[in-house]
Design a protein around this ligand. Structure first.
Ligand code: GYE
Length: 310
């Protein structure tokens, strides 16, 4: 009813909804923006938020979820650090009739009843978009002949790492079988430090890399430092495409050091809170609530920079 006495979000007989949220960690600019968005949207909705940071460790997420179950929260939401290994804990939540909403990243499970919905991006499509925008970047740079690509992968076993690689390869296999080649590919764990360290090693083993595809801006920014330390010009000697579109990524792009960015929107909080309320109220929701995003080339960076919200 609209006369909920505590001024809460309504729809639950006036009782404030309690949401348990297990976050991946604080590995990237994307993640900080996502955390801020979740916290402020929960506040806005009037929910009691129990927030837990897993520091990129699955075992921490599993204990956080168990503690949310023990505390009898109304809904559990989490962004799974990796895709596998969730069935046991999700069955415990199901047994206690606590609905689970996935946000940002998905899980691999043969039992679709273990979560209600996923609020997040299409990472495979982001990988495809990265390959498509690389075609433009190469053309703009006047690059002729074979293309030697280095790939900095996200966290091993994480949905965005698996799916971005998959989407990129799909376009590569279909349209660039003869001219593009991934010569090195390794995880940088979605962090700047990881990107820097792995890129330095790449440059040692493959000094003739033409392109870097980094699964996020932060690893790309770390790699830029390694490229400069090796005496090369990022954005010129090595063309760079990244994913996310955080402010620092846009800064690097406006300095000419990143050539293109595929946007992945972290501001999922408001959509998540809406879904959480519906799930609590027993309404049916779509199985996958996708985020809208765009792609950006270098010449758009300066103009777009002041409008970036994260
Ligand atoms: O791209 C990366 C973060 O899961 C979409 O995780 C997210 C990814 C994002 O660490 O920066």
């Amino acid at each position: 009813s609209s006369t909920s006495s505590d001024g809460g979000s309504g729809g639950s007989g006036g009782k404030k909804l309690t949401l348990g949220f297990s976050q991946v960690g604080s590995e990237s600019g994307w993640r900080s923006a996502n955390t801020d968005s979740v916290k402020s949207a929960a506040k806005e909705a009037g929910y009691t938020l129990k927030f837990s940071d897993a520091q990129q460790k699955q075992e921490n997420q599993i204990s956080a979820i168990r503690s949310f179950i023990a505390q009898k929260v109304d809904v559990i939401a989490f962004s799974p650090v990796v895709v596998t290994g969730w069935d046991a804990v999700l069955k415990e939540a199901k047994a206690k009739k606590i609905p689970v909403v996935l946000t940002d990243r998905s899980v691999d499970t043969s039992d679709p009843s273990l979560f209600v919905t996923l609020v997040g991006s299409d990472f495979t499509d982001e990988g495809r978009r990265a390959a498509k925008i690389l075609e433009k970047v190469l053309e703009k740079a006047g690059h002729k002949g074979p293309v030697k690509i280095a790939q900095l992968e996200g966290t091993t076993g994480a949905a965005p790492a698996i799916e971005r690689a998959k989407g990129f390869k799909e376009v590569m296999d279909a349209d660039h079988k003869d001219d593009w080649k991934i010569v090195v590919s390794q995880t940088g764990d979605f962090t700047r430090a990881g990107g820097k360290q792995v890129m330095a090693a790449f440059l040692q083993s493959n000094p003739d890399i033409d392109v870097l595809f980094a699964h996020n801006d932060d690893m790309g920014i770390g790699a830029i430092q390694a490229i400069e330390a090796a005496g090369k010009k990022p954005g010129k000697d090595i063309l760079i495409v990244t994913v996310d579109g955080v402010k620092d990524g846009f800064v690097a792009m406006s300095e000419g050091k990143i050539n293109a960015i595929v946007e992945c929107n972290p501001l999922l909080g408001p959509q998540l809170m809406e879904v959480v309320q519906k799930v609590k109220d027993g309404e049916t929701v779509e199985r996958w609530i996708k985020t809208k995003e765009s792609d950006f080339m270098q010449d758009q960076a300066k103009e777009a920079l002041p409008t970036r919200k994260y």
